[in-house]
Write a protein that binds this ligand. Structure first.
Ligand code: NI
Ligand code: MG
Length: 568
């Protein structure tokens, strides 16, 4: 038996350590350890509940905004508040832009170095890369001059001694199987994704004031200023100190969003979608590896109407044992967390699992003395709690959302998933794999980007009819709130199902509990010793070279695990 340790795992959002036992050249058991404590739930206690979202969104800078959304929903749920149509649409647009951005960024910046050798791309013939790119998609930047220039830019990052993303790359690893030209095509788009991201983020800076961490949420709605038929674009001669940006919900602001969205969507539908399938085609065995526990949970997202409970674009539900034809209904009461293998304790309770409404965050480090070389034999080994649904470990994220929506009869999801399944060697079964998670994010990014255009049209039409309402003022004054109230907010982030639970006393937060998508996927073992989703998916992973465990990284990155979010 060989013990493998990766610490820190890079290309994830936060501090993550992975240990694995190898036997017969493959992983037989794995442990995910989030190695930093954060304490945001404790920081929130005693603060004004109106401000909860502002602090709670600091859970993460890349899953940014989605924690503001879950938080503001929790307070609105406690107060029984509905939000106006414009606020619903603005929230959909902000959240959708985060999902699309993170799916693209996860593929190029976090996953691609696991599949394509950047050094191999330098040996590619740009003319062959150009022909390949043109055979896959109609993305504009695809002539041989463009790929020659991309190769030069990449060379500066890959050259020996260069700092940056490829400094410790596993150059020449035997598990890499892409031809040099495919690698150059993919790394050319990697470089483009950096600029693409910078542009897409502007949608959120218009609607949210800044990114990361949008500033325009309010309990009861949004604070993005509406000004219909408002000012003309400021003259470039105007002195910057006196120049005012147009209000976000003006004709100018909305036209800017439309242009940014159209440009972003082109890259998603051609370059990104084609690249993901190109990787999948070169690694058919990874359409069978990394299957994991086979239980999928989605809290559902993107309200399509103002009625309650709202109809959702991506349905709420769960799939058990990969039976996606028969998704089951869910309720938040069935969520509970174990700390039996985490560095926390539960005081004065005999239950191994606590529902978040009565949850506790009592850190108690019980790991080895620092610095340590192994967590072997450690009963408790992570700062991540172990959430369970109806006592079962669950996988969450884009794949879970698509499977639940597929089973619920969503015709857009069905046709997109069926079309891609037809192209995968493993067919529909290929979705239950390491590659399947990545393909699911590409499908979801296309679906959501298309919907964003519709929400933008709906918003423009609503404002044009004279409905400028953005916030429900019924609960504006906390002095008029009930003395005690409790609520929950569910949302879907780039990494999956998010829940916030809180109790309010005299306008202030008495208790606050968070379960993030990465808490589910990055979960340690639970009260019954069962591994979390990523730990289970790592079992069976072949490892050609224990000193360079490239294959292990593939499955970790397929979950887009964010340890900062997992711990919060
Ligand atoms: Ni995160
Ligand atoms: Mg928590």
């Amino acid at each position: 038996m060989t013990r493998l340790v990766i610490d820190p795992v890079t290309r994830v959002g936060g501090q993550l350590r992975v240990e694995a036992e190898l036997s017969g050249g493959a992983v037989s058991e794995a442990w995910l350890s989030a190695t930093s404590f954060r304490g945001i739930e404790s920081i929130l206690r005693g603060r004004p509940a109106r401000d909860a979202w502002l602090l709670a969104q600091r859970v993460c800078g890349s899953c940014t905004g989605v924690h503001a959304l879950a938080s503001v929903r929790a307070v609105e749920n406690a107060l029984g508040l509905a939000v106006p149509r414009n606020a619903r649409l603005v929230r959909n647009l902000i959240t959708a832009s985060t999902l699309v951005q993170e799916h693209v960024v996860n593929f190029y910046l976090r996953e691609l170095p696991d599949w394509a050798d950047p050094a191999a791309a330098l040996t590619a013939d740009p003319a062959v890369a150009s022909a390949l790119a043109r055979s896959i998609s109609d993305w504009a930047n695809s002539d041989s001059d463009w790929f020659a220039a991309a190769r030069d830019r990449l060379a500066a990052l890959v050259k020996p001694g260069a700092s940056g993303p490829f400094a410790n790359a596993y150059t020449g690893h035997p598990a890499y199987r892409l031809p040099p030209e495919a690698s150059l095509m993919l790394y050319g788009h990697y470089l483009e994704a950096l600029d693409w991201q910078r542009q897409l983020v502007r949608i959120r800076t218009i609607l949210g004031g800044k990114s990361p961490h949008p500033q325009t949420y309010l309990v009861g709605g949004m604070a993005s200023a509406p000004e219909w038929g408002g000012p003309t674009r400021p003259s470039p001669d105007e002195h910057p100190s006196t120049r005012h940006s147009p209000p976000p919900l003006s004709l100018i602001g909305l036209a800017d969003i439309d242009a940014l969205l159209m440009a972003a969507t082109r890259f998603v539908n051609s370059a990104f979608a084609g690249d993901v399938l190109a990787v999948a085609a070169h690694y058919p065995e990874w359409q069978k590896l990394g299957r994991g526990i086979g239980h999928y949970l989605s809290f559902g997202e993107f309200a399509l109407a103002d009625s309650q409970p709202a109809q959702l674009l991506l349905a709420r539900g769960r799939v058990m044992d990969r039976d996606f034809a028969n998704p089951r209904a869910i309720d938040q009461e069935s969520v509970a967390e174990s700390v039996d293998h985490a560095w926390y304790e539960y005081a004065d309770v005999h239950d191994a699992l606590l529902h978040p409404a009565t949850g506790q965050t009592r850190p108690r480090y019980a790991g080895p003395a620092l610095p340590y070389s192994s967590l072997a034999g450690m009963d408790r080994y992570s700062w991540t709690k172990a959430p369970r649904y109806a006592d079962d470990p669950m996988e969450v994220g884009a794949l879970a959302r698509l499977l639940v929506a597929y089973g619920a009869g969503n015709s857009y999801v069905r046709s997109a998933v069926d079309r891609v399944a037809f192209e995968l060697e493993g067919g529909m079964d290929a979705f239950f794999s390491t590659v399947g998670r990545t393909v699911a994010r590409a499908i979801e990014a296309q679906l959501i980007a298309a919907r964003m255009g519709e929400w933008l049209c709906e918003l423009v039409a609503n404002l044009a009819q004279g409905d400028l309402a953005l916030v429900n003022l019924d609960a504006w004054d906390p002095a008029r709130w009930p003395g005690r109230a409790s609520g929950f907010g569910l949302a879907e982030g780039p990494r999956g199902a998010i829940g916030h639970w809180l109790t309010i006393r005299d306008g202030r937060i008495a208790d606050y509990q968070i379960v993030d998508g990465s808490t589910w996927n990055g979960s340690p073992r639970d009260n019954r010793g069962r591994p979390g989703a990523c730990e289970q998916a790592l079992v069976g992973t072949p490892v050609a070279d224990p000193n360079r465990p490239l294959e292990v990284l593939r499955t970790i990155h397929s979950f887009a695990v964010c340890p900062a979010c997992a711990v919060h």
